[in-house]
Unconditional design. Sequence first.
Length: 148
Amino acid sequence: MAVIVQNQQEKVPVPESLTSLAERAAAVVLAALGPKQETELGITFVDDAAIKTLNHRYRGKDEPTDVLSFAMNETVQEGEREVLLLGDVVISLETAARWAVEEGRDLHQEVAQLVVHGALHLLGYDHETAAEAARMKAQEEEMLRLLG
């Protein structure tokens, strides 16, 4: 499995520990719940302006949000092996930092939860109904427990 983390914002500092945690959080979800084939997942850190644009374009909401997931579910040939491009998780570090303060958590905890949440969306989990939300919340909690 490959987890690729990119930082495309400059408003919130991104130490190596945050990048490493994001990679580990995605890896935990993929190892526990992901497909058995070679899989690639992208994580991109952006600012509020960038995520607001994406949220408006893809969800019709003209406001920033914390995390968006964009599923690809496309298999590509890389040499002798097939790789499933699962999709991308886009996180606004500005919003994550604000919510971390409001929730009394540090940014690392907030980003870990957002990566897990976004990765679960890429695996088909949702929270549109109460039953779906309960199922997704239980998986989030289990993945964060496994992450440590």
